[in-house]
Write a protein that binds this ligand. Structure first.
Ligand SMILES: NC(=O)c1ccc[n+]([C@@H]2O[C@H](COP(=O)([O-])OP(=O)(O)OC[C@H]3O[C@@H](n4cnc5c(N)ncnc54)[C@H](OP(=O)(O)O)[C@@H]3O)[C@@H](O)[C@H]2O)c1
Length: 107
């Protein structure tokens, strides 16, 4: 942990599994506060957040479907409420990791 990372807040989209989960856990180990999003797997999202909390960190998991542009305003409202309630009234993020997405092997 360094003074550069402690209690900085990182938002990681798709943080419930795969590369996003790995980044969420790795950044939490550096002392960062983590907001992660999931789309279809809320239990996975909460499990990652809980793993971080059990290790002494702060984390929250929020649903966000990136394909639904109409849902963006609602997500921002929930994000602001989460920052206020869980992250000492923080009003901004320090890092954004745009990870969520799908890949398809194309021969
Ligand atoms: N793994 C690789 O080798 C590789 C290579 C190049 C690029 N990438 C890119 O790196 C990123 C992560 O890869 P990964 O292998 O870790 O993927 P993954 O295990 O398939 O996980 C995908 C993540 O994206 C989320 N997601 C999918 N569709 C979404 C949507 N419409 N709205 C919000 N979230 C959505 C999933 O959430 P739910 O589980 O809740 O649905 C999940 O958290 C992807 O963008 C992928 O294209 C990966």
């Amino acid at each position: 942990m360094t003074s550069d990372t402690r209690n900085k807040i990182a938002l990681i989209t798709g943080g419930n599994r795969g590369l996003g989960k790995d980044m969420a856990l790795s950044l939490a180990k550096l002392g960062m506060d983590i907001v992660l999003t999931f789309n279809s797997n809320p239990a996975e999202g909460e499990a990652v957040a809980q793993e971080i909390r059990l290790s002494g960190g702060r984390a929250a998991a929020l649903r966000f479907d990136l394909s639904d542009t109409a849902a963006i305003d609602g997500f921002i409202d929930r994000l602001k409420a989460t920052l206020s309630e869980t992250f000492d009234g923080a009003e901004r993020l320090d890092f954004l990791i745009n990870n969520a997405g799908i890949g398809r092997p194309i021969p």
